[in-house]
Design a protein. Structure first.
Length: 213
């Protein structure tokens, strides 16, 4: 039995309120299509959006410029080599749209703990020995839920995402959970689906029990 109410019966996007960020709570949440999203001056809300952003890999759009960059790039990519550095960079790197400010110290501690449990993962982008981009997220039992990304070099975060998608494809996965639509994800071919459809897809993927990492 889940620690959370069934999102299918929720009227809004917020499913619950609570400050428990233990690995068991986070694991239970993600496997039921729920994630925490801190908001200033509010108790920690847990979301399952009525409109969920996803990328189906057969709908992925890679523009000409990004495709050329991917072919010419000398970046090196790794998985789970520097999770702590990636999440801290996602929290601290300034962004015009203001993303990243919700990744507060308690979130960093919680997801680093979850990473130690084997449920949270990162992709790192290296220019020589310098970490210049990355993405982190959670394996929700056979579906990867992206949380945040950063870049210090042009297109580094996009290339990290493409590397992640190729990895997931190699493991048999066919789609990626983006949670909330952003212009960046829309440009790559993401689209919104109804919450009920998302939960059906999540349950189907969990029945397949794909080992993503």
């Amino acid at each position: 039995m889940s620690l959370f109410p069934d999102p299918r019966h929720a009227r809004g996007d917020i499913i619950a309120i609570g400050e428990d960020l233990s690995p068991d709570t986070l694991r239970d949440a993600y496997r039921h299509g729920i994630f925490p999203w801190p908001h200033d001056e509010l108790p920690l809300p847990w979301f399952s959006p009525r409109r969920r952003a996803v990328v189906f890999f057969d709908e992925l759009h890679v523009g000409r410029s990004l495709s050329r960059t991917a072919k010419r790039s000398s970046f090196r990519f790794t998985f789970d080599r520097a999770f702590d550095a990636v999440i801290r960079a996602c929290a601290s790197v300034p962004r015009p749209e203001g993303e990243g400010t919700w990744i507060e110290p308690e979130i960093i501690r919680a997801y680093t703990w979850l990473h130690g449990e084997g449920d949270a993962h990162s992709v790192e982008v290296w220019d020589g020995q310098e970490l210049v981009g990355g993405v982190y997220g959670v394996d929700a039992g056979g579906v990867f839920t992206g949380e945040s990304m950063f870049h210090l070099r042009s297109d580094a975060s996009k290339l990290a995402l493409l590397q992640l998608i190729e990895h997931l494809r190699s493991r048999g996965s066919t789609w990626l959970d983006c949670q909330i639509m952003t212009p960046h994800m829309r440009a790559l071919g993401a689209r919104e689906i109804a919450r009920a459809h998302f939960l059906d897809l999540l349950a189907e993927a969990q029945r397949r029990a794909l080992p993503l990492f």
